[in-house]
Each structure stands twice: as C-alpha cells, then as structure tokens.
Design a protein around this ligand. Structure first.
Ligand code: ADP
Length: 375
C-alpha cells in the first residue's frame, strides 16, 4: 500500500490535501474548545453588570449572548486554522513544484547548449519506488544523455567529413600548383592524376549523401519478391572484368532451389556490390572470393568469403562504424571512405536482416554475411 502511494503523485497530492483538512479541522476544534468558555464567561459578566442587581434574569436573551460568544470563538479558531492550512499548502506545493522548476531550468540550460546538464531524482534512488515526477526526471536525464551523444556524433561527423575532404583536395591543389609553377609536366598522366583525385572527391560526396539519406530514413524501399540468382548475376556482370584484371577467382555457390527473397533489388544489389567489391579490393592477385547463398529457416543467408588480408579481431567490432578503416592509409589509397559497410548495414537492417563480419585475423581472409527474409 505504502509503495503504491509512493509511486503515484495523484495519491500523494490527495493525501496531502487530506492532511491539510484534518490539521485545519483539528486546529479549529482545539481553538474553539479553548476560546468558547472564556468568551461565554466574558459575555455573561457584561450582561450581569448591565442588568445590575435585577432578579428578572429569565427575561434576558441568553441565547444571543451565547451566539455572540460562539461566533467570536469560531472566528478566532477559523483564523488559526486558515493560517495553519495556508502554511501547510505552501510546504506541499513547494515539494511538488520544486522538481518541475528544476527540470524547467535544466531544459533551458540544455537548450543553451549545456548538454551535460542533469536533474536530481526527487525522493528515492530505487527506480521502482519513483512516482510520476521521479520517472519524468529519469526520462529527462535519459533524453539529455541521448542529446549529448547525438551532439558528440554530429561534431565527430563534421570532423571526419572535413578530414576526408582535405586529402583529395590537397592533392588536387598540389597538382595544380605544380602545373602552374611548371614543376609538373602539362601532360596526360598529370591530368589523369587530377582526374582520379576529383573522382575520389565525387565518390566521397556521393557516399556522404547516401549515408545521410539512409541514416535519416529519407528513402523508400521498393520491396518485391526477387530471385537471389538475379541479384548475383547483376553483381557478376558488373564486377567480373575487374576480377579477371586483378587475377582473383570469383566462385559462385548458390543452389538452384533457393526461394525468392522480399527485397528492393537495387538496394540489395548495392550491398552485394559493396561486399564483393571490398573482397576484391582486399584480396591480392592469385586469391579467391566465394559468394554463396543458403536457406536458413524463413531467411536466406548470403556470404562473401575471401582469401585476402583479413581483419584483426580488435577491428571486427568497429568495422560497420562510419569512416572506420582498418588500415587507414591503405584503404584510402584504394579510394575507400569507410562508409560503404555503414550503408550496407543500414540497408540490410532496413530489410529486417542482419549483417556480420568474421575473420581469423591478418592474412586469414574475411567472411561477410547477411540474412534477408524470404518472400
Ligand atoms: P572502404 O570504402 O574503406 O572499403 P568500407 O566501409 O566498405 O569502407 O570498409 C571499411 C573497412 O573495413 C575497410 O577500410 C577495410 O579496412 C575493412 N574491410 C572491409 N572489407 C574487407 C575485406 N573483405 N577484407 C579486409 N578488410 C575489409
């Protein structure tokens, strides 16, 4: 019972008002009890004085004297009860309003950019014992933490983007200065270098736009039953030549009886392209990449396994984070921005699937796999 009251602000308020009323009535009764006899005696004495020695007391209006005495006493007692009730009400309302005022001040400070602001928990530390105000304070603090994290992410993102843009821009500027000063020859290879850097910049901006679109949810999926083989054929068509050029074998291991999956063909094609493109990029010549698909209950699992450079275990956990690269200089030289896997994870999860990365460590190859629901 006590616990129930503790958790409900309305009951606490009701009880507070009851206490105020009881205290008011008690003060009224006590004051009346004390004041009535004195007032009555005083009125009787005044009356007796006025009447002098007259013996015809029966004629006198006892009742009006008594009424005057009671009115006087009630007025006195009522005033005392009023003062007591007002004092108690002030204490009670301050107890209720204080946490609200604290929250209002804290939200103002957060709005001014002080994201570390938190409010104290009114009353108990135990979460189960918190009333509505306590729970509100808890949600408020949680919201403030979320805001603080979002703000930190935003700042980190701006820093990362600036950092990523700086390298290709500096290269382009360097080439142009070399050309202007006559240090670099004005020939096709120099222009090709500039073109390559501009291309990198364009890809980075495109990836950033995609990332922002997917992270803000500003896109729609055109979900249709799709044959997995169709998706795989599309990727092989686009990357086949590059595999041949680099002398990396591309094996496809997909059973013919695989059920159709419910996906947006373009988006999942993009995920496959990214995973197989990465496998090709991080697998040296003479290596092998295997793309397989299997049914797992009401899902189909796609796996991309390579015999490439592998991923150290401490990096596996972070591999899907924005701008994360295992070997910064190496993948940047290859044109990687560290955004591809973040977009891939968003897309797979938007299809109600899951994506994972596994590797036995450096030089041991990597396996990226993801699941998708069947149609
Ligand atoms: P990037 O554009 O840099 O390739 P991704 O998000 O696609 O960005 O990949 C992030 C990082 O994950 C890469 O920079 C690389 O270090 C690592 N990575 C991804 N795929 C592989 C792979 N198949 N083998 C080894 N490392 C990989």
């Amino acid at each position: 019972m006590l616990g129930y009251i503790r958790r409900h602000l309305s009951l606490k308020l009701l009880l507070s008002y009851l206490v105020i009323i009881i205290v008011g009535v008690a003060v009224l009764a006590t004051a009346a009890e004390l004041a009535v006899p004195t007032a009555f005696e005083r009125h009787m004495a005044t009356m007796a004085e006025t009447m002098g020695g007259m013996s015809m007391m029966m004629e006198l209006d006892f009742f009006s004297s008594f009424r005057n005495a009671v009115t006087e006493a009630v007025l006195l007692a009522g005033s005392a009860a009023f003062v007591a009730a007002v004092l108690l009400s002030i204490i009670v309302s301050r107890r209720v309003v204080l946490p609200v005022q604290e929250m209002q001040a804290a939200s103002q400070r957060i709005a001014d950019g002080h994201y570390g602001e938190r409010v104290g928990m009114p009353g108990r530390a135990n979460r189960e014992d918190l009333d509505e105000l306590g729970r509100l304070a808890l949600s408020f603090n949680r919201m403030a933490t979320q805001l603080q994290q979002t703000e930190a992410l935003r700042l980190e993102l701006i820093g990362n983007v600036a950092h990523e843009l700086r390298t290709p821009l500096a290269s382009i500027k360097g080439y142009m200065e070399g050309l202007i000063d006559g240090v670099l020859p004005s020939e096709a290879t120099t222009f090709q270098q500039v073109h390559r850097e501009a291309d990198r910049l364009q890809r980075l901006v495109h990836d950033l736009q995609e990332l922002s679109r997917f992270e803000s949810g500003a896109y729609e999926l055109d979900l249709r039953p799709t044959e997995p083989q169709r998706l795989i054929d599309g990727v092989v068509r686009r990357l086949g030549l590059q595999f041949e050029d680099k002398d990396v074998a591309l094996e496809i291991d997909v059973p013919a009886d695989l059920p159709p999956i419910r996906v947006d063909e373009d988006r999942i094609g993009q995920v496959l392209l990214n995973l197989i493109g990465n496998a090709l990029q991080y697998t040296p010549s003479g290596g092998r990449v295997c793309l397989s698909a299997r049914t797992e209950g009401d899902r189909v699992r796609f796996s991309v396994e390579d015999t490439g450079v592998g991923i150290p275990p401490e990096h596996l956990l972070h591999i899907f984070e924005r701008f994360y690269r295992v070997d910064k200089s190496r993948s940047r030289a290859g044109g990687g921005s560290g955004i591809g896997l973040t977009i891939a994870r968003h897309l797979v999860e938007a299809h109600d699937g899951q994506i994972q990365a596994a590797s036995d460590g450096p030089g041991q190859g990597s396996t990226f796999s993801f699941t998708l629901p069947t149609a």
